[in-house]
Design a binder for this molecule. Structure first.
Ligand code: ATP
Length: 345
């Protein structure tokens, strides 16, 4: 099911949680809503679900305007972070629940409900556990039951709000991989909310980066990591270094000195780069400073460097080759190899 979100604004007591957000989601896409706490991810998900009404703007499911449709008519499946399964029901009954409470006219016969629930149990790879109760399963298994339960009603859209948030790191990683495979098998249009960038980058076809009720960037994992389009996205996703720069006569300058990079417009701005996207230079223009600490990681050396002038000191961390002689107290000069300057407004 294709979803189109058009200029959605959502206010809570006049407080704008979302400002005119627009987003198109293709049928079968796996979309991550990624952003810090309070950026509006859950609000956007709840609007798609029908648990909230937009203040202005519209949401289309296919060609149908679903903005004001009640939740039970939208045919969406949800899984939340703390998805409470019914404790007194077996796993199979939990999965079948959505079908058993349907009005008689659309409720499948009992044997059919059982058959479908068993099929879903198999799909989430928990065959054999149908007679167990939720407290007899691990956290990861419970989350898979929650997914099977959401799928039982054959939803047009699957909405997951931090579905693995409550689980430990190892289980999270396993479930992540599993969810990707599950999605590829079933092909449901899926939107999931996370504040974990690794989870978003690894899982999603496209990542929607949100901040303060706005969409900052929409793109593939490569787009948002390699081609961030704002200082926010650059610093939110992955490690980054940023320094204030000025641009004059085509040269980028830091601390009043050209650093060997060019930029087409004059003015001031900020340069951003990844700590690994630098090369050490022995002479010529570059950013120079004193190493204050050096430590070895598996295949690289991380050095902390004080750069800038005494009036405007900056402390940065960069990655240098293992065989470099950078030690605490030595002078070092480097130049970013991949970088982006964001001019000040
Ligand atoms: P988190 O990662 O912490 O869940 P989020 O990105 O999902 O954050 P939202 O829950 O969508 O953010 O909240 C966005 C903003 O809207 C926040 O400032 C929040 O306080 C506010 N907000 C959300 N729901 C309500 C509500 N029912 N009433 C009033 N304000 C709300």
């Amino acid at each position: 099911m294709e979803i189109r979100i058009e200029k959605i604004r959502k206010e809570f007591d006049r407080y704008p949680a979302l400002h005119e957000v627009s987003l198109g989601i293709k049928s079968g896409e796996l979309i991550a809503l990624l952003g810090p706490s309070g950026s509006g991810k859950t609000t956007l998900l709840r609007l798609v679900a029908g648990l909230e009404r937009p203040t202005t703007g519209r949401i289309f499911f296919g060609n149908e305007d679903a903005s004001w449709k009640p939740v039970q008519e939208r045919n969406v499946g949800f899984v939340f972070q703390h998805y409470a399964l019914f404790r007194h029901m077996t796993i199979l009954d939990n999965i079948a629940f959505g079908l058993t409470v349907r009005p008689k006219s659309t409720r499948p016969p009992k044997v059919e409900i059982r058959r479908r629930a068993l099929e879903l149990l198999d799909m989430v790879q928990l065959t054999g556990l149908e007679k167990r109760y939720p407290n007899q399963l691990s956290g990861g298994q419970r989350q898979r039951v929650a997914l099977a339960r959401a799928m039982a009603i054959e939803p047009r859209v699957l909405l997951l709000d931090e579905p693995f948030g409550a689980l430990d790191a190892k289980v999270r990683k396993e479930l992540r991989k599993w969810l990707r495979e599950f999605h590829d098998r079933t092909g449901h249009t899926t939107i999931f909310v996370t504040h974990d960038q690794e989870e978003a980058l690894e899982l999603a076809d496209r990542v929607v980066v949100m901040s303060q009720g706005r969409i900052e960037q929409i793109g593939s994992s490569d787009d948002v990591y390699d081609r961030p389009n704002s200082p926010f996205v650059f610093s939110f996703i992955g490690d980054s270094v940023n320094l204030p720069v000025s641009m004059a006569h085509g040269d980028v300058q830091f601390g009043g000195e050209a650093i060997g990079l060019q930029h087409p417009t004059d003015g001031t701005g900020q340069i951003f780069f990844r700590p690994s996207d630098v090369s050490l230079v022995s002479e010529g223009p570059g950013i120079s400073g004193k190493v204050t600490a050096a430590r070895r990681l598996a295949g690289t050396r991380i050095v902390e460097v004080d750069v800038g002038t005494s009036a405007t000191p900056h402390h940065v961390e960069i990655e240098v080759p293992l065989d470099s002689s950078a030690e605490r107290g030595t002078e070092l000069r480097f130049r970013p190899t991949r970088w982006k300057v964001f001019p000040n407004a």
